[in-house]
Design a protein around this ligand. Structure first.
Ligand code: PLP
Length: 392
Protein backbone atom coordinates (compact mmCIF):
# COMPACT_ATOMS: atom_id res chain seq x y z
CA UNK A 1 0.00 0.00 0.00
CA UNK A 2 1.21 3.50 -0.85
CA UNK A 3 1.85 5.89 2.04
CA UNK A 4 -0.90 8.48 2.46
CA UNK A 5 -0.75 11.49 4.74
CA UNK A 6 -3.89 13.04 6.25
CA UNK A 7 -6.95 11.13 7.36
CA UNK A 8 -8.26 8.06 5.58
CA UNK A 9 -11.75 8.65 4.11
CA UNK A 10 -13.95 5.83 5.39
CA UNK A 11 -17.14 6.12 3.34
CA UNK A 12 -18.45 2.59 3.59
CA UNK A 13 -21.96 2.16 5.02
CA UNK A 14 -20.59 0.93 8.31
CA UNK A 15 -18.59 0.53 10.38
CA UNK A 16 -18.55 4.32 10.26
CA UNK A 17 -16.19 7.01 11.52
CA UNK A 18 -16.07 7.07 15.30
CA UNK A 19 -16.00 10.63 16.68
CA UNK A 20 -12.88 11.55 18.69
CA UNK A 21 -15.10 12.23 21.70
CA UNK A 22 -16.37 8.66 21.57
CA UNK A 23 -12.87 7.23 21.08
CA UNK A 24 -11.70 9.15 24.15
CA UNK A 25 -14.66 7.91 26.16
CA UNK A 26 -13.81 4.29 25.26
CA UNK A 27 -10.21 4.88 26.39
CA UNK A 28 -10.97 4.23 30.05
CA UNK A 29 -9.45 1.95 32.69
CA UNK A 30 -11.21 -1.37 33.22
CA UNK A 31 -13.75 -1.27 36.03
CA UNK A 32 -15.52 -3.98 37.98
CA UNK A 33 -18.59 -4.91 35.94
CA UNK A 34 -20.29 -6.03 39.14
CA UNK A 35 -19.61 -2.79 41.01
CA UNK A 36 -21.66 0.40 41.57
CA UNK A 37 -19.84 2.52 38.97
CA UNK A 38 -20.78 0.01 36.27
CA UNK A 39 -24.41 -0.16 37.37
CA UNK A 40 -24.70 3.61 37.04
CA UNK A 41 -23.28 3.48 33.51
CA UNK A 42 -25.52 0.59 32.43
CA UNK A 43 -28.72 2.11 33.79
CA UNK A 44 -27.91 5.39 32.05
CA UNK A 45 -27.33 3.83 28.61
CA UNK A 46 -30.27 1.41 28.86
CA UNK A 47 -32.55 4.40 29.47
CA UNK A 48 -30.74 6.71 27.04
CA UNK A 49 -31.16 4.29 24.12
CA UNK A 50 -34.96 4.30 24.29
CA UNK A 51 -35.67 7.63 22.53
CA UNK A 52 -33.40 6.63 19.61
CA UNK A 53 -35.63 3.59 19.02
CA UNK A 54 -38.78 5.63 19.66
CA UNK A 55 -39.76 3.39 22.53
CA UNK A 56 -40.52 3.43 26.23
CA UNK A 57 -40.16 -0.36 26.40
CA UNK A 58 -36.99 -2.32 27.21
CA UNK A 59 -33.96 -2.35 24.94
CA UNK A 60 -31.57 -5.28 25.29
CA UNK A 61 -27.85 -4.80 24.70
CA UNK A 62 -25.75 -7.74 23.50
CA UNK A 63 -21.96 -7.81 23.21
CA UNK A 64 -22.25 -9.00 19.62
CA UNK A 65 -22.42 -7.80 16.04
CA UNK A 66 -25.79 -7.26 14.36
CA UNK A 67 -26.04 -10.89 13.27
CA UNK A 68 -26.26 -11.93 16.91
CA UNK A 69 -29.20 -9.58 17.50
CA UNK A 70 -30.90 -11.00 14.36
CA UNK A 71 -30.59 -14.47 15.89
CA UNK A 72 -31.76 -13.24 19.30
CA UNK A 73 -34.91 -11.74 17.76
CA UNK A 74 -35.85 -15.10 16.22
CA UNK A 75 -34.88 -17.51 19.00
CA UNK A 76 -36.65 -15.50 21.68
CA UNK A 77 -39.98 -15.32 19.89
CA UNK A 78 -40.39 -18.41 17.70
CA UNK A 79 -40.55 -22.21 17.84
CA UNK A 80 -39.08 -24.88 15.56
CA UNK A 81 -41.01 -25.14 12.28
CA UNK A 82 -42.81 -21.81 12.72
CA UNK A 83 -43.61 -20.04 9.45
CA UNK A 84 -42.02 -16.62 8.95
CA UNK A 85 -42.58 -14.25 6.06
CA UNK A 86 -39.46 -12.55 4.69
CA UNK A 87 -38.83 -10.28 1.70
CA UNK A 88 -35.84 -10.34 -0.61
CA UNK A 89 -34.88 -6.68 -0.59
CA UNK A 90 -31.13 -7.33 -0.88
CA UNK A 91 -28.15 -9.12 0.61
CA UNK A 92 -29.02 -8.53 4.27
CA UNK A 93 -32.56 -9.80 3.84
CA UNK A 94 -31.00 -12.87 2.18
CA UNK A 95 -28.62 -13.41 5.09
CA UNK A 96 -31.36 -13.04 7.70
CA UNK A 97 -33.38 -15.57 5.74
CA UNK A 98 -30.42 -18.00 5.72
CA UNK A 99 -30.13 -17.58 9.47
CA UNK A 100 -33.85 -18.36 9.91
CA UNK A 101 -33.47 -21.44 7.68
CA UNK A 102 -30.56 -22.66 9.75
CA UNK A 103 -32.58 -22.29 12.94
CA UNK A 104 -35.23 -24.63 11.55
CA UNK A 105 -37.87 -22.03 10.77
CA UNK A 106 -40.05 -22.41 7.70
CA UNK A 107 -39.44 -19.31 5.60
CA UNK A 108 -41.91 -17.94 3.05
CA UNK A 109 -39.53 -15.82 0.97
CA UNK A 110 -41.00 -13.19 -1.32
CA UNK A 111 -38.56 -12.58 -4.16
CA UNK A 112 -37.55 -9.04 -5.09
CA UNK A 113 -35.44 -7.16 -7.64
CA UNK A 114 -33.08 -5.45 -5.14
CA UNK A 115 -34.32 -2.05 -6.36
CA UNK A 116 -37.49 -1.73 -4.28
CA UNK A 117 -38.50 -2.04 -0.64
CA UNK A 118 -41.15 -4.33 0.80
CA UNK A 119 -44.49 -3.73 -0.92
CA UNK A 120 -47.21 -3.21 1.74
CA UNK A 121 -49.93 -4.43 -0.67
CA UNK A 122 -48.03 -7.67 -1.23
CA UNK A 123 -47.59 -8.11 2.52
CA UNK A 124 -51.31 -7.57 3.10
CA UNK A 125 -52.22 -10.07 0.37
CA UNK A 126 -49.86 -12.74 1.73
CA UNK A 127 -51.25 -12.34 5.24
CA UNK A 128 -54.86 -12.28 4.06
CA UNK A 129 -54.27 -15.67 2.37
CA UNK A 130 -53.05 -17.12 5.66
CA UNK A 131 -56.48 -17.62 7.21
CA UNK A 132 -55.23 -20.11 9.80
CA UNK A 133 -52.64 -17.60 11.02
CA UNK A 134 -49.82 -20.07 10.62
CA UNK A 135 -47.36 -17.24 9.84
CA UNK A 136 -45.90 -16.29 13.19
CA UNK A 137 -43.63 -13.42 12.21
CA UNK A 138 -43.00 -10.93 9.42
CA UNK A 139 -39.35 -9.89 9.05
CA UNK A 140 -38.35 -6.73 7.19
CA UNK A 141 -35.09 -4.84 6.74
CA UNK A 142 -35.79 -1.12 7.24
CA UNK A 143 -32.73 0.10 5.36
CA UNK A 144 -31.17 -2.43 2.98
CA UNK A 145 -27.52 -1.52 3.32
CA UNK A 146 -26.65 -3.50 0.19
CA UNK A 147 -28.97 -1.53 -2.09
CA UNK A 148 -29.70 1.83 -0.45
CA UNK A 149 -33.43 1.10 -0.42
CA UNK A 150 -35.70 1.62 2.61
CA UNK A 151 -39.02 -0.01 3.40
CA UNK A 152 -41.83 1.99 4.99
CA UNK A 153 -42.32 0.24 8.32
CA UNK A 154 -45.35 2.34 9.29
CA UNK A 155 -47.09 1.22 6.08
CA UNK A 156 -46.13 -2.41 6.70
CA UNK A 157 -47.76 -2.23 10.13
CA UNK A 158 -50.92 -0.76 8.55
CA UNK A 159 -50.95 -3.60 6.00
CA UNK A 160 -50.71 -6.17 8.80
CA UNK A 161 -53.55 -4.50 10.67
CA UNK A 162 -55.65 -4.31 7.50
CA UNK A 163 -55.20 -8.06 7.05
CA UNK A 164 -56.18 -8.54 10.70
CA UNK A 165 -53.18 -10.82 11.13
CA UNK A 166 -51.55 -11.39 14.55
CA UNK A 167 -47.98 -12.16 13.33
CA UNK A 168 -45.12 -10.45 15.11
CA UNK A 169 -43.32 -7.68 13.22
CA UNK A 170 -39.53 -8.01 13.41
CA UNK A 171 -37.50 -5.19 11.89
CA UNK A 172 -33.80 -4.87 11.09
CA UNK A 173 -32.90 -1.23 11.70
CA UNK A 174 -29.16 -1.92 11.76
CA UNK A 175 -28.25 0.76 9.23
CA UNK A 176 -31.15 3.14 9.84
CA UNK A 177 -31.05 3.63 13.59
CA UNK A 178 -29.64 7.09 14.26
CA UNK A 179 -29.94 8.18 10.63
CA UNK A 180 -33.63 7.82 9.78
CA UNK A 181 -36.79 8.57 11.74
CA UNK A 182 -37.65 5.38 13.63
CA UNK A 183 -40.74 4.71 15.77
CA UNK A 184 -40.69 1.30 17.42
CA UNK A 185 -43.77 1.95 19.60
CA UNK A 186 -45.85 4.01 17.17
CA UNK A 187 -45.36 1.50 14.32
CA UNK A 188 -46.11 -1.44 16.58
CA UNK A 189 -42.79 -3.14 15.91
CA UNK A 190 -42.33 -6.20 18.12
CA UNK A 191 -38.57 -6.56 17.87
CA UNK A 192 -36.23 -3.94 16.44
CA UNK A 193 -32.76 -5.27 15.71
CA UNK A 194 -29.90 -2.76 15.61
CA UNK A 195 -26.14 -2.45 15.90
CA UNK A 196 -23.55 -0.02 17.20
CA UNK A 197 -21.33 0.49 14.17
CA UNK A 198 -23.45 2.59 11.82
CA UNK A 199 -25.66 5.55 12.76
CA UNK A 200 -24.71 5.09 16.42
CA UNK A 201 -21.11 6.12 15.58
CA UNK A 202 -19.46 3.36 17.64
CA UNK A 203 -17.15 0.50 16.75
CA UNK A 204 -18.80 -2.84 15.98
CA UNK A 205 -19.43 -5.00 19.04
CA UNK A 206 -22.78 -3.97 20.52
CA UNK A 207 -26.15 -4.93 19.14
CA UNK A 208 -29.67 -4.36 20.30
CA UNK A 209 -33.18 -5.79 20.53
CA UNK A 210 -35.92 -3.28 21.34
CA UNK A 211 -38.90 -5.39 22.38
CA UNK A 212 -42.65 -4.94 22.68
CA UNK A 213 -44.89 -6.38 25.36
CA UNK A 214 -46.27 -8.78 22.74
CA UNK A 215 -42.76 -10.00 21.91
CA UNK A 216 -42.04 -10.44 25.60
CA UNK A 217 -45.20 -12.55 25.95
CA UNK A 218 -44.20 -14.63 22.92
CA UNK A 219 -40.78 -15.25 24.49
CA UNK A 220 -42.47 -17.05 27.39
CA UNK A 221 -43.75 -19.84 25.15
CA UNK A 222 -41.19 -19.80 22.30
CA UNK A 223 -39.45 -23.15 21.97
CA UNK A 224 -36.36 -22.52 19.82
CA UNK A 225 -33.28 -23.50 21.85
CA UNK A 226 -31.57 -20.47 23.33
CA UNK A 227 -29.29 -19.73 26.22
CA UNK A 228 -26.83 -16.88 25.66
CA UNK A 229 -29.47 -14.83 23.82
CA UNK A 230 -32.22 -15.26 26.43
CA UNK A 231 -33.99 -11.96 27.06
CA UNK A 232 -35.38 -13.02 30.47
CA UNK A 233 -31.96 -13.52 32.10
CA UNK A 234 -30.72 -10.22 30.71
CA UNK A 235 -33.82 -8.23 31.69
CA UNK A 236 -33.65 -9.61 35.22
CA UNK A 237 -30.00 -8.60 35.64
CA UNK A 238 -30.59 -5.23 33.90
CA UNK A 239 -33.04 -4.21 36.64
CA UNK A 240 -30.05 -3.44 38.87
CA UNK A 241 -27.75 -2.30 36.07
CA UNK A 242 -25.96 -5.60 35.49
CA UNK A 243 -25.64 -8.34 32.85
CA UNK A 244 -25.64 -12.13 33.23
CA UNK A 245 -22.29 -12.41 31.40
CA UNK A 246 -19.36 -10.01 30.99
CA UNK A 247 -20.49 -6.82 29.26
CA UNK A 248 -18.41 -4.83 26.75
CA UNK A 249 -17.84 -2.12 29.35
CA UNK A 250 -15.62 0.15 27.27
CA UNK A 251 -18.06 0.15 24.36
CA UNK A 252 -20.74 1.16 26.86
CA UNK A 253 -18.62 4.19 27.81
CA UNK A 254 -18.53 4.96 24.09
CA UNK A 255 -22.28 4.47 23.85
CA UNK A 256 -22.86 6.92 26.71
CA UNK A 257 -20.82 9.56 24.87
CA UNK A 258 -22.49 8.85 21.50
CA UNK A 259 -25.93 9.20 23.10
CA UNK A 260 -24.81 12.51 24.63
CA UNK A 261 -23.74 13.74 21.19
CA UNK A 262 -27.06 12.64 19.68
CA UNK A 263 -28.94 14.47 22.39
CA UNK A 264 -26.89 17.64 21.82
CA UNK A 265 -27.58 17.59 18.07
CA UNK A 266 -31.20 16.48 18.44
CA UNK A 267 -32.77 13.47 16.74
CA UNK A 268 -34.80 15.53 14.25
CA UNK A 269 -31.69 17.48 13.26
CA UNK A 270 -29.76 14.22 12.84
CA UNK A 271 -32.43 12.86 10.49
CA UNK A 272 -32.52 16.13 8.53
CA UNK A 273 -28.71 16.15 8.21
CA UNK A 274 -28.73 12.62 6.83
CA UNK A 275 -31.54 13.43 4.41
CA UNK A 276 -29.64 16.44 3.10
CA UNK A 277 -26.33 14.59 2.66
CA UNK A 278 -28.14 11.75 0.90
CA UNK A 279 -29.90 14.19 -1.44
CA UNK A 280 -26.56 15.87 -2.29
CA UNK A 281 -25.09 12.44 -3.09
CA UNK A 282 -27.99 11.59 -5.40
CA UNK A 283 -27.71 14.96 -7.16
CA UNK A 284 -24.02 14.27 -7.77
CA UNK A 285 -24.83 10.80 -9.10
CA UNK A 286 -27.48 12.14 -11.45
CA UNK A 287 -25.17 14.92 -12.66
CA UNK A 288 -22.48 12.31 -13.41
CA UNK A 289 -25.08 10.65 -15.62
CA UNK A 290 -25.01 7.52 -13.45
CA UNK A 291 -27.98 5.65 -12.05
CA UNK A 292 -28.98 5.24 -8.41
CA UNK A 293 -29.86 1.57 -7.76
CA UNK A 294 -33.00 2.48 -5.76
CA UNK A 295 -35.82 3.03 -8.27
CA UNK A 296 -38.48 4.57 -6.06
CA UNK A 297 -37.67 8.08 -4.75
CA UNK A 298 -39.96 7.49 -1.75
CA UNK A 299 -37.62 4.64 -0.76
CA UNK A 300 -34.26 6.43 -1.10
CA UNK A 301 -31.95 5.67 1.80
CA UNK A 302 -30.62 8.41 4.08
CA UNK A 303 -27.65 6.23 5.03
CA UNK A 304 -26.18 4.91 1.80
CA UNK A 305 -26.43 5.38 -1.96
CA UNK A 306 -25.67 2.45 -4.28
CA UNK A 307 -24.51 3.71 -7.68
CA UNK A 308 -24.80 1.51 -10.77
CA UNK A 309 -21.74 1.32 -13.01
CA UNK A 310 -22.23 1.70 -16.76
CA UNK A 311 -22.33 -1.66 -18.57
CA UNK A 312 -18.86 -3.19 -19.02
CA UNK A 313 -17.20 -1.24 -16.19
CA UNK A 314 -16.11 -2.81 -12.91
CA UNK A 315 -17.21 -1.17 -9.65
CA UNK A 316 -14.50 -3.09 -7.77
CA UNK A 317 -11.77 -1.80 -10.08
CA UNK A 318 -13.03 1.75 -9.52
CA UNK A 319 -13.05 1.27 -5.75
CA UNK A 320 -9.53 -0.19 -5.81
CA UNK A 321 -8.26 2.76 -7.81
CA UNK A 322 -9.91 5.28 -5.48
CA UNK A 323 -8.40 3.52 -2.45
CA UNK A 324 -4.94 3.47 -3.99
CA UNK A 325 -4.91 7.05 -5.30
CA UNK A 326 -7.05 8.91 -2.80
CA UNK A 327 -7.01 6.74 0.33
CA UNK A 328 -10.81 6.47 0.39
CA UNK A 329 -12.82 3.32 1.08
CA UNK A 330 -16.20 2.98 -0.63
CA UNK A 331 -18.68 0.14 -0.07
CA UNK A 332 -18.47 -2.89 -2.35
CA UNK A 333 -21.45 -4.28 -4.23
CA UNK A 334 -22.66 -7.41 -2.42
CA UNK A 335 -24.32 -10.61 -3.59
CA UNK A 336 -26.31 -10.18 -6.80
CA UNK A 337 -24.93 -6.69 -7.43
CA UNK A 338 -21.27 -7.53 -6.73
CA UNK A 339 -18.98 -5.47 -8.98
CA UNK A 340 -22.05 -3.81 -10.54
CA UNK A 341 -22.51 -1.10 -7.93
CA UNK A 342 -20.37 0.83 -5.52
CA UNK A 343 -21.88 2.24 -2.36
CA UNK A 344 -21.28 5.68 -0.89
CA UNK A 345 -21.86 5.57 2.86
CA UNK A 346 -23.17 8.92 4.15
CA UNK A 347 -24.11 8.09 7.70
CA UNK A 348 -22.99 8.69 11.22
CA UNK A 349 -20.33 11.25 12.08
CA UNK A 350 -20.38 13.22 8.82
CA UNK A 351 -20.69 16.81 7.63
CA UNK A 352 -20.94 18.80 4.39
CA UNK A 353 -17.21 19.07 3.74
CA UNK A 354 -16.56 15.39 4.46
CA UNK A 355 -19.24 14.55 1.90
CA UNK A 356 -17.81 17.09 -0.57
CA UNK A 357 -14.38 15.42 -0.23
CA UNK A 358 -15.98 12.01 -0.71
CA UNK A 359 -17.78 13.05 -3.88
CA UNK A 360 -14.62 14.74 -5.19
CA UNK A 361 -12.76 11.44 -4.70
CA UNK A 362 -15.45 9.57 -6.60
CA UNK A 363 -15.46 12.08 -9.45
CA UNK A 364 -11.66 11.98 -9.82
CA UNK A 365 -11.77 8.19 -9.65
CA UNK A 366 -14.38 8.02 -12.42
CA UNK A 367 -12.08 10.13 -14.63
CA UNK A 368 -8.95 8.11 -13.89
CA UNK A 369 -10.77 4.82 -14.45
CA UNK A 370 -12.17 6.09 -17.78
CA UNK A 371 -15.73 5.50 -16.68
CA UNK A 372 -18.06 7.45 -18.99
CA UNK A 373 -19.58 10.30 -16.98
CA UNK A 374 -20.10 14.05 -16.90
CA UNK A 375 -17.82 16.01 -14.60
CA UNK A 376 -20.68 17.92 -13.00
CA UNK A 377 -21.42 15.80 -9.94
CA UNK A 378 -19.42 17.65 -7.33
CA UNK A 379 -20.64 20.99 -8.66
CA UNK A 380 -24.28 19.87 -8.40
CA UNK A 381 -23.77 18.58 -4.87
CA UNK A 382 -21.96 21.72 -3.71
CA UNK A 383 -24.67 23.92 -5.15
CA UNK A 384 -27.35 21.97 -3.30
CA UNK A 385 -25.36 21.91 -0.06
CA UNK A 386 -24.77 25.67 -0.24
CA UNK A 387 -28.42 26.45 -1.06
CA UNK A 388 -29.77 24.24 1.70
CA UNK A 389 -27.08 25.13 4.26
CA UNK A 390 -29.46 26.90 6.64
CA UNK A 391 -31.82 23.95 6.74
CA UNK A 392 -29.21 21.71 8.43
C1 PLP B 1 -29.03 -4.09 7.34
C2 PLP B 1 -27.99 -4.98 7.97
N1 PLP B 1 -28.41 -6.08 8.62
C3 PLP B 1 -27.53 -6.91 9.21
C4 PLP B 1 -26.17 -6.70 9.14
C5 PLP B 1 -25.25 -7.68 9.78
O1 PLP B 1 -24.68 -7.10 10.91
P1 PLP B 1 -23.23 -7.50 11.43
O2 PLP B 1 -22.32 -7.50 10.26
O3 PLP B 1 -22.94 -6.41 12.43
O4 PLP B 1 -23.35 -8.84 12.07
C6 PLP B 1 -25.70 -5.57 8.48
C7 PLP B 1 -24.26 -5.32 8.38
O5 PLP B 1 -23.80 -4.50 7.62
C8 PLP B 1 -26.64 -4.70 7.87
O6 PLP B 1 -26.23 -3.61 7.21
Amino acid sequence: MAFHSGRHFLQIPGPTNVPDRVLRAIDHPTIDHRGPEFAELALEVLEGLKPVFGTTQPVIIFPASGTGAWEAALVNTLSPGDRVLMFETGQFAALWRRLADRLGLQVDYVEGDWRHGVDPAQLEARLAEDRSHSIKAVCAVHNETSTGVTSDIGKLRKAMDAAGHPALLLVDAISSLGTTDYRHDEWGVDVTVAGSQKGMMLPAGLSFNAISQKALEASKTAQLPRSYWRWDDILEANKDGFFPSTPATNLLYGLREALKMMQEEGLQQIYARHERLAEATRRATQAWGLEVLCQNPAEYSCSVTAVLMPEGHSADALRALILERFDMSLGAGLGKVADKVFRIGHLGHLNDLMLAGTLAGVEMGLSLADVPHQRDGVRAALQYLAESAGEK
